[in-house]
Design a protein around this ligand. Structure first.
Ligand code: ADP
Ligand code: ASP
Ligand code: MG
Length: 404
């Protein structure tokens, strides 16, 4: 008998029919003799609709209240799913994040899980009851309701799997696994049978939203095998696991893209020691997460500093940059929202020279200009115009021979 955490994403529970089908799958898993803990997302686009409702009444949207509102989405699903399970004769009980023992820090809208006290879930399991947990939420160390950032139900699922020492965590979604590229952008993308935690971290961090980044960090740190699969076909999908060193590593496993960023440039920055430190300290103190950073070679003692940030943090980044520019005597602050990032990820590139050259040549052939570059041992990312990012993904996918 295995203990399995099964997480169902928004499309998987979008309406009554889907919820009944998911209940059927849970009942079937139990009939097979396995124990199940279920994690659910909000139905369909509910979270987006709740955000829109908040925007309609307020430009301020206090983060504490936004969190309280957004957690309602997952609560609807959890109770409906328990009712659908009751209909099938399966005893189930719903738990909010707080009731499930998901303790977070106090950072509203992107809280981090600091501890999982899953005693109520283990107690339910011992009574033969299926616990159904609202994903994406927890309770802070100061007892306020928090959310874990968009896509955070994946993180709830993997964190519970780790805390309960589950045998595996199954992430059910609207595609049949992790693909060599977003199948909606590249129709010929191929499903990967296995992907390592390291590669999946890079894929998730660069726009492959099929798994939330934090969930992959959790899975790697706590050695939780994750199976990403479809709740529409129920076929076996992609295993995200420890690196299998016996297998030859593909040079490039996946191509990803991210259109959620923006570029901020501070021009005419005096080029003297300590100035960059002042800039990035101020951004850090205002909780602005940076991605890429480029500093131009200085001309006549002046330089330009550019960095990219998520668009949700653009307002804060711009405000900090503008007040700093005045303070350090820089010329001006420019904001560019028309950028996107395209990345290639693959463990094999560590040992294969020439991958960068091939990426740049491919983009050049498409007449796509590269504006910024960043790399890790197993990833190369380029900032390009947002309007050409899908072409960039498709041409790289083909150039590296990833198609089916
Ligand atoms: P859920 O609501 O189930 O959490 P998400 O929308 O968060 O689903 O994630 C699934 C989506 O991720 C897919 O519909 C697909 O368009 C997108 N996606 C992006 N990159 C990839 C990839 N490399 N492999 C699979 N899906 C991807
Ligand atoms: N409902 C939340 C969101 O849309 C969390 C999730 O689905 O994982 O971001
Ligand atoms: Mg998701």
């Amino acid at each position: 008998m295995a203990l399995i955490v099964q997480k169902f994403g928004g499309t998987s529970v979008a309406d009554a029919g889907r919820i009944r089908e998911v209940a059927g799958h849970i009942a079937w898993t139990r009939q097979n003799g396995d124990e199940v803990v279920v994690v659910v997302s909000a139905m369909g686009k509910t979270t987006d609709e709740l955000v829109r409702m908040a925007e309609d009444v307020s430009s301020v949207m206090p983060a504490r209240e936004l969190d309280m509102l957004l957690t309602a989405g997952e609560r609807i699903t959890m109770s409906l799913l328990c009712m659908a399970l009751a209909e099938l004769g399966v005893e189930a009980e719903s738990f909010t994040g707080s009731q499930a023992g998901i303790i977070t820090d106090t950072t509203h809208t992107k809280a981090k899980i600091v501890e999982v006290r899953a005693t109520r879930l283990t107690e339910a399991l011992s009574r033969g009851v299926v616990p159904v947990v609202a994903g994406f939420q927890g309770v802070s160390t100061t007892r306020d309701i928090t959310t874990l950032g968009r896509g955070g139900s994946d993180t709830t699922a993997v964190a519970l799997a780790a805390a309960l020492a589950a045998d595996r965590c199954e992430i059910y979604t609207d595609v049949s696994g992790v693909f060599t590229a977003d199948p909606r952008v590249v129709p010929s993308a191929r499903r990967l049978r296995q992907v390592s935690f390291e590669e999946m971290l890079e894929i998730a961090a660069t726009g492959g939203r099929v798994l939330a980044l934090r969930s992959v960090e959790f899975a790697r740190n706590h050695h939780v095998p994750v199976h990403v699969r479809s709740s529409f076909t129920w076929e076996p999908g992609t295993w995200v696991t420890e690196e299998d060193l016996s297998m030859e590593q593909p040079i490039v496993s996946a191509v990803t893209s991210d259109v959620s960023g923006a570029k901020v440039t501070i021009t005419g920055v005096p080029d003297r020691p300590g100035v960059a430190a002042v800039v990035f300290r101020a951004l850090a103190d205002n909780a602005v997460n940076l991605d890429m950073i480029v500093q131009n070679t200085s001309v006549e003692g002046m330089t330009d500093i550019s960095f990219t940030v998520g668009r949700t943090e653009l307002g804060a980044a711009r405000a900090v940059a503008e007040s700093l520019a005045a303070e350090i005597g820089a010329r001006e602050v420019l904001v560019d929202e028309g950028i996107a990032q395209v990345s290639i990820v693959g463990a094999g590139m560590k040992t294969h020279p020439g991958v960068t050259a091939m990426m740049f040549e491919t983009l050049a052939k498409q007449n796509i200009n590269i504006e910024m570059i960043s790399t890790s041992p197993i990833r190369i990312s380029c900032v390009v115009r947002a309007s050409s990012v899908d072409d960039a993904v498709r041409s790289l996918h083909e150039a590296f021979g990833l198609g089916g």
